[in-house]
Design a protein around this ligand. Structure first.
Ligand code: HEC
Length: 142
């Protein structure tokens, strides 16, 4: 009976760990895509290809809307995963949410400026958005 329980319990742990591994891989994939989106927006600003900016900003806006939910308790960097997430995220969750919200709001601002075709604002806000990535990384990425 004890052996049976140990097997069941260890299976639960394995499943728990792999569930977090999946979400870690998923968020890393989204962050890589975010980096690509920023690069493309930067290029599009030079080429004045505003249609392409819209798609990429929409991706970023949607990503920042759900980003915190990709950080469940216990999914920080460890030797058994490929995450760089600092344990500080869960010690200061309010600030982590605040940073994510800030990036989301800047993305929304860019969508609005695109709508109004306000080119100068798009550029200013794009620089703000790039800064907002680094602000969060400095604090919460190892
Ligand atoms: C609210 C905080 C936060 C914001 C805002 C944020 N990031 Fe991150 N980012 C992280 C954390 C935490 C990690 C580490 C995730 C992990 O390894 O589990 C990360 C990882 C990354 C990575 C590394 C992925 C890899 O290859 O391992 C890239 C690239 C990245 N972010 C790009 C961006 C870009 C571009 C922006 C802005 C458009 C951005 N991030 C905004 C918190 C943030």
């Amino acid at each position: 009976m004890i052996k049976f329980l140990i097997t069941i319990i260890s299976c639960l742990f394995v499943n728990y760990a792999s569930a977090n591994d999946n979400i870690i891989n998923e968020r890393i994939k989204n962050f890589k895509y975010a980096k690509k989106a920023m690069r493309e927006i930067n290029q599009s600003l030079t080429n004045e290809n505003y249609l392409n900016i819209n798609d990429n900003i929409l991706f970023l806006y949607n990503w920042f809307k759900v980003l915190p939910s990709y950080f469940p308790q216990g999914s920080e960097a460890s030797i058994s995963n490929n995450s760089d997430a600092s344990a500080e995220i869960w010690e200061n969750l309010d600030l982590f949410h605040k940073y994510s919200n800030n990036s989301k709001n800047i993305s929304l601002g860019i969508l609005k400026s695109l709508d109004k075709n306000n080119k100068k604002n798009i550029k200013v806000k794009f620089d703000d958005l790039a800064r907002s990535c680094s602000t969060c990384h400095k604090k919460f990425r190892n």
